[in-house]
Write a protein of this length. Structure first.
Length: 250
């Protein structure tokens, strides 16, 4: 069936979800596309990805979200997947301090390897948007990594945003990817957004005090739209067979 014009995205971006094994990367992505939460899951082997489209301030932005293996023996595969990525979600488990400590590996990987690959499709004059996630906050009695530690790390590593999430309850999961879609678009294709002011100047008759007293511009709005996903992809994006899936209500 021919795709209708209304379903065509204005832009599509590749996003990687990185972190140690068993931090909940797959569960987060499953929640994003409305799949059922499972408390026990096998570690990801290779890579899978899903697609989801958001309305970002009037622009239809599609994210191709890649679920990567956290196990060390698969990290060579993960490195290849950096090519063409325009955003990164970095995940740790708030109940497992070692996954927080090992974020240093992933940050070094991003700085030393990913940026070379990302530069092929990213605006190399701007930083690659990174969102840091502390997952599994539904396990309140087992939390060992405080919110303040997560915020400090995000600030130190210049992550664009920090969230604590639960793939089980859906808390903040949708928001993470909505915000990342906004940040990538703001860097790569800001002209797509309705609140784009490339040559904005303030008229002389508007004083600084008047500007401060005025309501802020509405910078963005999000309306989740369509979802597509594919499983067990291997290394070729072109070989993907997409199917429709339900919209996540979390």
């Amino acid at each position: 069936m021919e795709q209708s014009h209304s379903n065509i995205a204005d832009a599509s971006y590749k996003v990687l979800v990185l972190g140690e094994t068993c931090v909940g990367k797959t569960a987060l992505i499953n929640c994003l596309v409305g799949r059922e939460f499972r408390s026990s899951m096998l570690p990801t082997i290779g890579v899978d990805f899903v697609k989801k489209t958001f309305n970002v301030d009037g622009a239809r932005i599609q994210l191709a979200v890649w679920d990567t293996a956290g196990q060390e023996r698969f990290r060579s595969i993960t490195k290849m997947q950096y090519r063409g990525a325009q955003g990164i979600v970095l995940v740790y488990d708030v109940t497992n301090p070692s996954t927080f400590t090992h974020l240093s590996y992933w940050m070094n990987s991003i700085n030393n390897i990913a940026r070379k690959e990302i530069s092929h499709s990213h605006n190399h004059l701007e930083p690659v948007p990174i969102v840091l996630i502390g997952n599994k906050i539904d396990l309140k009695d087992r939390i060992k990594v405080s919110t303040s530690k997560g915020k400090k790390l995000a600030a130190r590593e210049m992550a664009f945003e920090f969230f604590e999430t639960s793939a089980k309850t859906g808390e903040n999961v949708q928001l993470v990817f909505e915000r990342l879609a906004y940040h990538i678009t703001d860097i790569c294709n800001p002209q797509l957004m309705s609140q784009y002011y490339p040559n904005l100047t303030i008229p002389e008759e508007i004083t600084k005090a008047e500007l401060n007293d005025s309501p802020p511009f509405k910078l963005f709005k999000f309306q989740p739209a369509t979802i597509e996903y594919a499983e067990n992809i291997g290394q070729s994006e072109e070989s993907m067979n997409s199917t429709k899936g339900p919209i996540c209500n979390c």
